[in-house]
Design a protein around this ligand. Sequence first.
Ligand SMILES: Cc1cc2nc3c(=O)[nH]c(=O)nc-3n(C[C@H](O)[C@H](O)[C@H](O)COP(=O)(O)O)c2cc1C
Length: 340
Amino acid sequence: MGSSVRSEPPVLAGSLPPAAATLLSVAPMMDRTDRHFRYLLRLLAPDLRLYTEMITAHALVQGDAVRHLAYDESEHPVALQLGGNDPEVLAQAARTGAEHGYDEINLNIGCPSDRVATGNFGACLMDRPEVVAACVTEIRNNVDIPVSVKTRCGIDDHDSYEFVAEFMTEVAAAGCELFILHARKAILAGLSPEENRTIPPLRYPLVYKLARDFPGLRIVLNGGVRSSREVREHLLYTDGVMIGRQAYSDPYWMCKLQEGFLNPAAGREWTAPDRNQIVEQMAEYAEKVLAEGARLHHITRHMLGLYAGQPGARAWRRFLSESVTGKDAGPDVLLESLRL
Ligand SMILES: Cc1cc2nc3c(=O)[nH]c(=O)nc-3n(C[C@H](O)[C@H](O)[C@H](O)COP(=O)(O)O)c2cc1C
């Protein structure tokens, strides 16, 4: 990291831990970054910052918080991502998250889905920075952990540098110290969430410029990052990189990121377990959570990319997919899979 041209941002009050813990993260992804996948990721990289799937503040406040917020202690540092636009409800949800031991509250101002836009939260709130600022203020008044915002590089025709910079200025003034910028704008009418992750072009230079112009904030770049070379490049200009889809399809890459970037930053000498050891550790984990009512499939579905690019990967995936369907499938399936 010695070659970084980005100066170290000041440490703010009530603040994030040192850079090592925040530098690289895996993106919040609905139906993917549940506790089982996060457990796998933690085995693969001790210093990676992890994010939950988005949960709406209302669902958390009115629903079964204990179930929604359950996680394994090994997952720290782990951030809770919330969706919503009501400062009071968000603050209550954030307080519950903090009481459960989460390390950061992240507000989702980037989701372009219709369902979310109908509820008037997600990416459409980029047009209402005063609402986002009110939410951040109220959350900060209620929790001692850092509050971050994950957002986009604009929405619809509001995609200029000035638009994003003004949004960030107002939200930062309310106490947000970490911005995760998906380097695409969101197009709210006409594109599905999936298309919104591929069609709007990536604008890395815009994120670099924001990182340069806001030296007092931590700026994490997200969107389309698929290789260690790209991570290295982005870290020259930003404080961190968040990885989504590639972390899911090739989770073992996280070991390389730990060894190449996070080990040196944290002063750690950690060596990656091999893939078979990871499977054994996941079998132990499965034994524990199956006893609590989970199904093996809930765990193994997140492991299918573990051998990505390795000989025999396809046969392993097939074996795993076919062997976990029974209600009684147990951790021995994982151990058996190693014979392949
Ligand atoms: C299946 C899936 C679910 C997602 N769910 C969320 C979510 O709950 N909250 C959120 O902020 N972003 C969500 N995203 C967006 C990702 O966090 C990330 O911003 C996006 O995938 C771009 O990063 P990538 O190119 O590295 O995948 C989701 C993405 C995918 C593929």
